[in-house]
Design a protein around this ligand. Structure first.
Ligand code: AOF
Ligand code: ZN
Length: 378
């Protein structure tokens, strides 16, 4: 795009192929965790001769697929990669050496890989072999495509997005107007994130929390529970398409644990029989919830504040995320309605200093306006 700054030695044509790499990479969005999404295009004499993307951790990297397709045509060609080619023996051998072996003439890199095992070494290997390397083409786009991977590398923590809906008069809308139709914002958020966290009160509306995108890898669905008196027949406890984890507050669930339903089984036993994992938490803080998600391999977590506002835990999600500065990104859907008298409470009560979001963008979803922004690094 005209807005991106081109590094020295790069042209608009390079930027064009880099955007193509990112589009290719996105075919595996939500599927590569803990690995990044990466796309690669090999161009010879103005013709695309190879294309590839990283489909999944443990499988070959983007460059390998592109090199396979290009075969001997890779010699003297230009390779575009949205992330610096790796230089280490991980689950797969180093791509830098594969590019050297295939005798590429030029390699255009979107962004340096912050992985300490790579971190510029891939570029070095290529340059040492006499290959011309240009770094930083469509860098902003490449960074955004891998924001959770970048965050994990920098902090060792998952990338957290807080989502909620509100009215024009600042009232909390729960799941009002929320649709997970294919191609929609919500369906894409479920596709992009490794885990989605909701509260027990939100289960009452019976969401399935499944992305409608074709072939989407479904997120781990995490239910925070103050009570184990949960509707076991709810869609979210059907584990045929996605895993479900209940994180229950030990203290407040103590009575529920004893209670049995008519068939003599506890709710916990019934959940487990349906394939739901139930973990008793000594201390159900947001920090502990995120740690559990991360330990289970979630690099990106969506805190979905979609439950009714009357629930104590619902405020917990958004409020704790803000109080504990746990979220990196916020996605808010503003509906063009005034709740008026029906407005129970403002969404959040923050007692922090003024917080100004960065890299803010907005778009329409039907009649609603969606505003996205990033918290400043804290
Ligand atoms: C690339 N191209 O397509 C990917 C890269 O366990 P491995 O062997 O798959 O290595 C994972 C690391 O390799 C990952 O953390 C990231 O630094 C890099 N991923 N690199 O050149 C790719 N997926
Ligand atoms: Zn690689």
């Amino acid at each position: 795009s005209g807005e991106s700054i081109l590094p020295q030695g790069a042209t608009e044509v390079d930027a064009f192929y880099m955007r193509m790499c990112v589009d290719l990479a996105r075919q595996a969005v939500g599927k590569t965790s803990p690995n990044p999404i990466v796309g690669c295009v090999i161009v010879k004499d103005g013709r695309i001769v190879g294309r590839g993307f990283h489909p999944k951790a443990g499988e070959p990297h983007a460059e390998v697929f592109a090199l396979r397709e290009a075969g001997p045509l890779a010699q003297g060609a230009t390779a575009y990669v949205s992330l610096e080619p790796c230089n280490h023996y991980g689950r797969t051998p180093p791509c830098s050496q594969a590019l050297v072996k295939a005798k590429l003439k030029r390699v255009v890199v979107g962004v340096v890989d912050p992985n300490p095992q790579v971190g510029g070494k891939g570029i070095k290997t290529l340059r040492n072999a006499g290959i011309e390397v240009v770094v930083g083409v469509e860098e902003t786009l490449c960074l955004k495509a891998n924001e959770s991977f970048m965050h994990r590398m920098a902090t060792g923590r998952p990338f957290v997005t807080l989502r909620y809906s509100m009215s024009m008069d600042g009232g909390f809308l729960g799941n009002m107007g929320l649709s997970n139709a294919q191609g929609g914002l919500y369906s894409k958020l479920l596709q992009e994130n490794d885990a989605v966290v909701i509260t027990d009160a939100a289960v009452l509306d019976d969401p399935d929390l499944l992305s409608s995108e074709p072939g989407a890898k479904q997120p781990l669905r995490v239910i925070l529970a103050r009570s184990l008196d949960l509707p076991v027949e709810s869609k979210v406890f059907d584990t045929s398409y996605a895993k479900t984890l209940v994180l229950a507050d030990q203290k407040s669930c103590i009575d529920d644990i004893q209670r049995k339903s008519a068939d003599g089984k506890s709710i916990e036993a019934r959940l487990r029989a349906g394939g739901v994992d139930v973990v008793m938490m000594n201390d159900l803080t947001l920090e502990n919830v995120l740690s559990v998600c991360y330990q289970l391999g979630a690099t990106s977590v969506l805190l979905d504040s979609r439950g009714p506002v009357s629930s104590g835990l619902e405020n917990f999600l958004g409020q704790q995320a803000l109080d504990e500065e746990a979220a990196q990104k916020v996605v808010v859907q503003v509906a063009p309605i005034f709740l008026g008298e029906n407005r129970t409470e403002p969404c959040f009560r923050m007692d922090s200093d003024l917080v100004k979001l960065e890299r803010v963008s907005s778009h329409m979803v039907g009649q609603d306006v969606v505003i996205e922004g990033y918290f400043p690094e804290r």
